[in-house]
Design a protein around this ligand. Structure first.
Ligand SMILES: Nc1ncnc2c1ncn2[C@@H]1O[C@H](COP(=O)(O)OP(=O)(O)OP(=O)(O)O)[C@@H](O)[C@H]1O
Ligand SMILES: O=P(O)(O)OC[C@H]1O[C@H](OP(=O)(O)OP(=O)(O)O)[C@H](O)[C@@H]1O
Ligand SMILES: O=C(O)c1cccnc1
Ligand SMILES: [Mg+2]
Length: 561
């Protein structure tokens, strides 16, 4: 079953106004208390307007892979475009802050918005890597501090589930239809809506989630459930039995009998004899009734009673009856059992029908498989050989069962033009200081070779010019690169008062296409599931020296006793 989703259209009209977040729960109070606590302390210290720069990034790719899909940017921009605390919210913050805060702070909160904040970001749907800022946010420190939790929240799950979807697409292969079926198993309503949006972005073809179809224009697809099949007791229940032919030129008065006639023909066919005897009549009634409701979109769930002895022959009887009237059945769905084996058996059955009854194209009938599918089961099915055309995936996809969170962080890298660093015993947790520019350098084969971060004011890498790329923390890891193409990664998505041109927020479909194109452009060893090669993320020689200078400067020298 297929429905055309209708999008609300791009979030910014010709006026340049950006709509609010999709989820109305996304307000300035969707925050950790400590952001307001710090905002007060900044204000009290007279620091609240100090110009700060924060980077939002993650430290490790999810799912044991070496790439991530960046998602959630549009919702961040929608959030800041409409950032304003209401009186009601201000009074709640007043009641929630420890001790008594001076009234002036609440006047300050009343006045703040994001008009003085600048956001530079990698385009949504891009393939991204650890440590490279997905977002660089600049602005008055108290305001930017209030953006940390909502931004990280909007990006974390979005990027995780988009990556999960891209990984499922990678294993399934380009030619398969991937249907997202996760709404019932998602983490609440926002999890469900978010999963549908970002799985589509990551390369799924459709969703079963009607609300997401309406909100984002994602194609809606679906079949029917076991309840529909088991709700029928016998073909006698079918009262309205007539069906017009597809061109409307004739009417079959008793479609139920036509189906029965075809079932007997299949039962007595030479090549199919012995595979099955009597099929389940209540299942046949359900299929017949469904075909009468949707003659143009007949698809049957065939595993309620017995796939081979009942579901497939019953489906074929109905599909052949429809064929007599000029309709083309869509196919079957398998939701249990050995999906590789059953799909191959179903295909053989369809092949036999095509040959025996001379119905061209019957063999090509679509086979959808579902039931607790994930990357591993898709991979196993591929290795065994199967005949599935479409996979319906829910639980493992939308809950991101293989990894619960991405672990994005938001770290201060500069204040009042002074670079800041956060040290840690764990080197992977040391932040990369300075307001930076980020580039992707492409090699002669057309693949991305390395991402490089430089200081704001360093000259940008140039095509054909050799540049030293250094591992940010490991002195011995470095390489010269002569880029064939240089792409600046951080673009201005919210200019504040800088007067810069604002990047448009593209429609979801375009973001999805960007994602698919970028994934196709990656070198295959970064993409493989087992022991993929890490993609190189580096800093310029100048930034390298500066990081280590600042590190030594900030780290106290220990004393041994
Ligand atoms: N050929 C196959 N190779 C590997 N895994 C498969 C294959 N076919 C199915 N699977 C997976 O095996 C698991 C089978 O699950 P399980 O045994 O719980 O279901 P079932 O008995 O087939 O159906 P039901 O949902 O009715 O219990 C599912 O995760 C399914 O995706
Ligand atoms: O298996 P998932 O990847 O989550 O995909 C969605 C599942 O939801 C539906 O049935 P449901 O699971 O509700 O019932 P069932 O287990 O009896 O099939 C459908 O038949 C799939 O099995
Ligand atoms: O349309 C379907 O087949 C469907 C939708 C949601 C969950 N399981 C199956
Ligand atoms: Mg299930």
């Amino acid at each position: 079953m297929e429905m055309e989703g209708k999008a609300n259209g791009p979030s910014e009209g010709r006026t340049g106004r950006v709509d609010g977040p999709t989820n109305p729960m996304v307000t300035p109070l969707l925050n950790d208390l400590y952001q307001f606590t710090m905002a007060y302390a900044y204000w009290k210290a007279g620091k609240h307007n100090e110009r700060s720069v924060f980077d939002l990034y993650f430290r490790k790719n999810p799912f044991g892979g070496e790439y991530t899909i960046f998602a959630g940017l549009e919702e961040c921009i929608r959030f800041i475009a409409n950032f304003k605390l209401t009186e009601d919210e201000i009074s709640f913050v007043r009641d929630s802050l420890a001790g008594s805060c001076e009234d002036g702070f609440f006047d300050y909160l009343r006045g703040i918005d994001c008009s003085d904040v600048e956001v530079y970001a990698i385009s949504e749907g891009s393939v991204v890597f650890p440590k490279v800022p997905l977002l660089r946010v600049e602005g008055p420190i108290a305001v930017v501090q209030l953006l940390e939790t909502p931004f990280v929240n909007l990006i974390n799950y979005a990027s995780l589930v988009a990556t999960n979807a891209a990984r499922h697409r990678f294993v399934a292969g380009k030619s398969k239809m991937l249907l997202e079926f996760g709404l019932r198993r998602a983490q609440g309503p926002d999890g469900g809506i978010g999963a549908s949006k970002y799985c589509y972005m990551g390369g799924f073809d459709s969703t079963s989630n009607v609300a997401a179809g309406k909100l984002f224009g994602i194609p809606l697809r679906g079949t029917h459930s076991h309840a529909f099949v088991s709700s029928f007791m016998s073909p006698d229940e079918i009262i309205e039995k007539s069906l017009k032919s597809v061109d409307g030129s004739s009417t079959c008065e008793d479609f139920v009998s036509l189906v029965q006639t075809w079932l007997s023909k299949i039962q007595w066919s030479k090549s199919l004899r012995g595979i099955f005897g009597e099929t389940n009549q209540s299942e046949l009634a359900a299929f017949t009734s469904y075909a009468l409701a949707f003659p143009n979109n007949f698809l049957a769930l065939v595993d309620t009673y017995d796939v081979i002895r009942s579901g497939i022959p019953n489906f074929c009887a109905v599909a052949l009856a429809l064929n007599d009237l000029g309709y083309k059945a869509v196919g079957i769905r398998l939701d249990s059992g050995d999906l590789a084996y059953l799909s191959c058996e179903a295909r053989k059955f369809f092949h036999t029908i095509e040959k025996e009854f001379g119905v061209p194209g019957f063999e090509k009938m679509s086979i959808t498989a579902s039931n607790d599918l994930n990357e591993e089961t898709l991979d196993a099915l591929n290795k065994q050989g199967h005949e599935v055309n479409a996979f319906g995936i829910g639980t493992y996809l939308v809950t991101c069962y293989a990894q619960a969170a991405l672990g994005c962080v938001f770290k201060l890298v500069e204040i009042n033009n002074q670079p800041r660093i956060k040290l840690s015993e764990d080197v992977s947790k040391v932040s990369i200081p300075c307001k930076k520019r980020c580039y992707r350098l492409y090699g002669k084969e057309g693949y991305p070779l390395v991402d490089i971060m430089t200081g704001e004011n360093e000259p940008s890498p140039k095509v054909g010019e050799r540049i030293l790329c250094r591992h940010p923390f490991n002195e011995s890891k470095r390489a010269y690169v002569v880029p064939k193409q240089v792409e600046e990664l951080l673009k201005c998505y919210w200019p504040g008062t800088s007067g810069k041109q604002r990047e448009e927020l593209p429609p979801l479909k375009d973001i999805r296409e960007r994602c698919i194109k970028q994934l196709e452009r990656m070198r295959s060893d970064h993409m493989r599931r087992l022991n993929p090669t890490p993609y190189k993320v580096s800093v310029s020689a100048k930034l390298y020296d500066f990081i280590h200078f600042l590190w030594l400067n900030e780290a106290p020298v220990g004393e041994l006793q």
